[in-house]
Design a protein around this ligand. Structure first.
Ligand SMILES: [Ca+2]
Length: 309
């Protein structure tokens, strides 16, 4: 499950994407000429972390202005909206850097990457008192940036995340792999089951065949015995009268022997069939449990992936 190995920024992006369905009442949204969708909150004020949380709770992220082209479209969008832009948080921070000032690196709140582009107001980012770690626009009623204390309360600008497309592809690939593995297991199991069923059928046929042979040979012996007795009776008819006098007639004994063979054969056949049914039922139950387990695994993985989409 390489989902667990993905870096935290990807997971954050996934979470942001996953929350996109939760958008409820949000501030005004706008689309820039480059297609990026922004949401601007200028009435309520928040500290920087609260602003970030607000964006995320609406399935968005604090605006990341990371190229001249994006900045150009961003400023062209804002210019007609604000005559004098107020201070509005965007998603850049210096990772609580207290060691350097003007030339220290700034990073994206979304994925932690360093932002190469910059649009600082003159003399910024000055990191006054080494305590200005968050970024806003509108420093001098323009659209340039200033570093400021994160606990200050301003409005904010969110944007709709772009990244989750690839994340979603990655998740779909993972899901596909899980499905393929499950399908492979199910197929193997089905083959095994058919093999066991085949062995059972073979055993049953073999046992039936042995039983039938025994039945035949028993009946043959009886037939031969009866024939010998008949021959003796035919040559010495007075013996039949003697036996009829002293006990059960020979014919009755032979008839009972035939009946016993038939009865035993029937019971043996029933036992073979019964054992076969019990074994088959046991295989079917185990098979059903296995299929259920596979299904649960698939659903579990599916749910886990869906949480991160
Ligand atoms: Ca500053």
């Amino acid at each position: 499950m390489n989902i667990l190995l993905r870096n935290s920024s990807s997971i954050l992006a996934c979470l942001l994407a996953g929350l996109s369905t939760l958008v409820t009442a949000i501030p005004q949204s706008y689309t820039a000429s480059d297609g990026v969708e922004y949401v601007i909150e200028r009435d309520q004020v928040y500290n920087w972390l609260q602003a970030h949380t607000e964006c995320v709770s609406h399935g968005l992220q604090l605006a990341i202005i990371d190229s001249a082209e994006k900045n150009q479209a961003f400023e062209a969008l804002l210019r007609p909206i604000f005559d004098n832009p107020p201070h509005l948080w965007i998603g850049l921070h210096d990772n609580l850097n207290t060691a350097e000032t003007l030339k220290r690196p700034f990073f994206s709140i979304v994925d932690g990457s360093q932002i190469k582009f910059s649009y600082w107001n003159n003399g910024e980012p000055n990191n006054a008192l080494y305590s200005e770690h968050c970024t806003h626009i509108g420093m001098a009623n323009n659209f340039k940036w200033n570093d400021d204390k994160c606990e200050k309360k301003f409005g904010y600008i969110c944007e709709k995340p772009q990244a989750p497309v690839n994340i979603s592809c990655e998740l779909n690939e993972t899901r596909k792999t899980v499905f393929e593995l499950n399908e492979g297991l199910a197929k193997d199991h089905k083959n095994n089951q058919e093999e066991i069923q085949g062995m059972l059928n073979d055993n049953r046929l073999q046992t039936q065949s042995v039983l039938q042979e025994w039945q035949k040979s028993s009946q043959k012996s009886l037939n031969e015995s009866q024939k010998s007795i008949n021959d003796i009776f035919a040559s010495k008819p007075y013996l039949q009268a003697v036996i009829a006098d002293v006990g059960q007639p020979i014919k009755q004994i032979i008839r009972e022997a035939y009946n016993e063979i038939a009865q035993f054969s029937h019971e043996a056949q029933q036992t073979i069939d019964g054992n076969s049914v019990v074994t088959q039922t046991s295989i079917m139950n185990k098979s059903h449990a296995f299929q259920q387990k596979l299904e649960e695994n698939t659903n579990g993985v599916d749910g886990l992936l869906a949480e991160h989409e």
